[in-house]
Design a protein around this ligand. Structure first.
Ligand SMILES: [Zn+2]
Length: 282
């Protein structure tokens, strides 16, 4: 049965067999256990051959598994003029090889405020990101760049930041990490049906209701303190209100992909899938 969301993991599922292994093995294994999305975790660097990319793309198409890429952590849209070219290259490499591997979406951490106001940082970040999209389109690369909502209040990547980037740049949409959105205020808020509904409404009003049908979501339990995120947890060991979130998403007719980032990756991805089926009635 087709659900409104595809489900998968960020990085290969833990129990991916050694052979064939790698991303190809992870795609085949995901399909075997009932998952239909995979985010390639190119989080340290992009080191993949053109041949491997072709094999990933072919396998994903044959298995009907939706592929995305998590770009390297070391990207900062607010880097100094000196550092920016290196950050930019990492993002462009992820987008180039990701496209060759059949990925539709490239997810990245947008960077740090360096204690500057968000509005000033966005004035630097948005033109830089626009330049990246322009260059991709000039080379016929159609990937969507997705700045992720971040779990620490010192990081560029509030919901408002990512919505503003997406509003101003066609080809950019947020990656909604709901665990990060819950952890970011650091006080336990943003974890109820009403709070999630408010945010989904804001998303639809800013980007149009059709954007709610192509959400890209990261999800896990999370531990947090006053400054936000500490570490990811299994859903069942956390305070995360998965039912409240899914009820809100169902009420907004949301669709897209949900990638699990819990330490028990595929186990929680399957739990999320099951929970979504029950709550959405699909
Ligand atoms: Zn991330």
């Amino acid at each position: 049965m087709t659900l409104s969301f595809r489900f998968g993991t960020v990085g290969s599922p833990i129990k991916t067999p050694k052979k064939p292994g790698g991303s190809v093995g992870a795609i085949i294994f995901s399909r075997e256990i009932g998952l239909d999305a995979l985010e390639l975790g190119w989080v340290q660097s992009v080191r993949v051959s053109v041949e491997t990319c072709a094999l990933i793309k072919e396998t994903a198409a044959a298995q009907d598994v939706g592929v995305s890429v998590h770009a390297p952590y070391y990207i900062n849209l607010n880097a100094s003029d000196e550092e920016w070219p290196k950050s930019r290259q990492r993002l462009m490499d992820a987008a180039h090889y990701g496209n060759l591997a059949g990925a539709s979406d490239i997810i990245f951490h947008p960077g740090s405020y360096f204690e500057q106001p968000s509005i000033d940082v966005l004035k630097i970040a948005i033109p830089r990101l626009q330049g990246c999209v322009d260059e991709l389109r000039a080379t016929d690369n159609p990937v969507i760049l997705r700045p992720e909502t971040m779990g620490k209040s010192a990081m560029l990547g509030s919901l408002e930041d990512t919505l503003e980037m997406a509003r101003q740049i066609p080809g950019v949409l947020p990656c909604l990490d709901f665990a990060h959105l819950h952890a970011r205020p650091g006080d336990g808020t943003v974890n109820s049906y009403d709070e999630w509904s408010t945010r989904l409404e804001q998303y639809g009003l800013t980007l149009g209701d059709s954007a709610l049908e192509q959400l890209h979501i990261h999800l896990s339990g999370i531990e947090y303190g006053p400054k936000g995120e500490k570490n990811h947890l299994p859903i069942s060991e956390s305070d995360f209100d998965l039912d409240g979130l899914f009820r809100a998403m169902s009420a907004f007719n949301a669709a897209g992909r949900i990638l699990c980032e819990s330490p028990i990756m595929e186990e929680d991805a399957l739990l999320m899938r099951k929970t979504w089926q029950v709550i959405s009635g699909q």
